[in-house]
Design a protein around this ligand. Sequence first.
Ligand SMILES: [Zn+2]
Length: 143
Amino acid sequence: MCNVRRYDSESEGDLLVKVWKTADIVLIVLLVVFAGVFYFVFGLQGDSGTPGDIVVIRINGSDYSKIPLFEDNEIDIHNTSGIHINTLRIENGRAIMVYADCPDKLCVERGAVSHTGEIIVCLPNRVVVEITGRQSEYDAIVQ
Ligand SMILES: [Zn+2]
């Protein structure tokens, strides 16, 4: 009698575990779907991982040039002495340093950047290329 009861309660317990596991799986799936939708809706407006619109070039911390990322272009960057130090190419919505007279060439090896917040740094030349999002700065360029 005692044994039978124990068996019954164990089997109820197993059933409960199964129900809970199913509920957990449903919950996890719902959370993943919800997170995906949330990410999709709000991620597009976020400030990282989103395609950028403007390329900001700075030398020594001061703005050198701002150019649209969606227009193919090639910009020769000169330092204050007029020496050609870097060349930045804009191609298919990506910015890439194609030439640098710096010794390490880390900026060239950095490859292409296209998302808001991504930067290319040429430390020896003190050149920073930063991708930024759509903002009033862009309006200033157009006007
Ligand atoms: Zn460099």
